[in-house]
Design a binder for this molecule. Structure first.
Ligand code: KG4
Ligand code: ZN
Length: 342
């Protein structure tokens, strides 16, 4: 089954064709990110206007690879996300579904991030994944993006139970806000990661320490707003000069990773998980990847991450989730839902 997946929940527009939920046949992404650097964050109006311009050309590019006649269904992420961005994708998908007489499948964007872990591609050297196979149930999914931090129990395809979420800022949001405090660009995650690499643990730069909020709480919730304030206080304290910011970036990344890894491993232990999977933009972070992989292997639980280009928003993950979820929608009735839940 060939599904055309369309993603436009935030600042990326993704269009992809995926076969049987796993095999990427084409994958195109356009992003407003270079334009957003001047604003230091997402400007919904700017993003949605860009999406109106790029969405049809991206669909045309996809159809040049897999002709329209071969497409079996159209998948669209109908939420959660920014309303202006969502409307561009949802209305386009509805129109195509009616015009082409093809079924429409709606997908929760967060489930898309989960299903990015099932994707493969001929041109991609997925040797590690080939060795690991596909994730086994029951599994724990950690979703870490700009808008969400969720721990989800998945007993099978289509069977999701939300165990916990952030009570305030999302992990990616914390990366973005702290990057701004450190005078770095947007998006903040990759910038902080780069700056943290410059810090040598035994260097003469003073080592700061940030809180690991809720790391020992008995639930599966998170909180990342306190650490942002701690960073601000540290910077305001004159003892940290700009050249010491790499120690701040390093310790911030350590603290956030520590909390994410500890809570994910605890959840995996408690439910007897056979796999851990991670998705969302923050899952591109190499420190998070290595810490979670090490802790998972100590417990003999394989940890799956999507390749980095599929960690961030893309259309392929939407087509994958659509294949496994099969939630058909009436193209005359589907509406975008900015606060769609699991
Ligand atoms: O999943 P995503 O592309 O969009 C949303 O659904 O929000 O995630 C974007 C978030 C941003 O906050 C960005 O700073 C973060 O993912 N991010 C990272 C890295 N790459 C992207 N955070 C930490 N380390 C990275 N390497
Ligand atoms: Zn996302």
């Amino acid at each position: 089954m060939l599904i055309l997946g369309i993603e436009s929940t935030c600042d990326e527009t993704g269009v992809a064709v995926v076969e049987d939920g796993v095999k990427i046949k084409s994958n195109f992404i356009a992003s407003s990110v270079s334009k957003l650097a001047q604003y230091g964050g997402i400007v919904p109006e700017v993003v949605a206007r860009d999406q109106v311009k790029v969405i049809i050309p991206l669909i045309e590019k996809s159809l040049n690879i897999i002709g329209k006649a071969k497409i079996d269904a159209i998948a669209i992420s109908s939420g959660p996300g920014l309303i202006g961005s969502l409307l561009v994708g949802v209305e386009t998908a509805k129109t195509l579904s009616i015009a082409w007489h093809k079924p429409l499948i709606h997908v929760n964007h967060l489930k898309g991030h989960i299903y990015s872990n099932w994707l493969t591609m001929d041109s991609l050297q997925l040797t590690v994944k080939d060795k690991m196979g596909t994730p086994k149930f029951p599994l724990i999914a950690l979703i870490v993006s700009g808008g969400h931090t969720d721990l989800v129990l998945m007993k099978n395809h289509g069977n999701f139970k939300l165990l916990g979420s952030t009570l305030d800022d999302a992990a990616g949001e914390a990366f973005d806000k702290v990057a701004r405090l450190l005078g770095l660009g947007f998006p903040g995650g990759p910038e902080i990661e780069k700056m943290a690499k410059k810090f040598k643990v035994h260097s003469s730069q003073s080592m700061v320490k940030f809180p690991r909020s809720m790391i020992n709480s008995e639930d599966f919730n998170f909180s990342f707003s306190g650490i942002k304030t701690a960073v601000l206080n540290t910077i305001n304290n004159k003892s940290i000069k700009a050249e010491g910011y790499s120690s701040v970036a390093f310790e911030f990344q350590e603290a956030v990773s520590d909390v994410l890894v500890t809570k994910t491993i605890n959840a995996a232990k408690i439910i007897g998980a056979k796999s851990i999977i991670v998705g969302g933009g923050v899952s591109a972070n190499e420190r998070l990847r290595s810490l979670l992989t090490v802790h998972g292997s100590q417990m003999k639980i394989p940890v799956f991450f999507p390749p980095k280009f599929l960690s961030v928003d893309n259309g392929a993950m939407i087509a994958a989730a659509a294949f496994f979820e099969n939630e058909f929608a009436d193209p005359l009735k589907l509406t975008a839902d900015p606060s769609l839940h699991f």
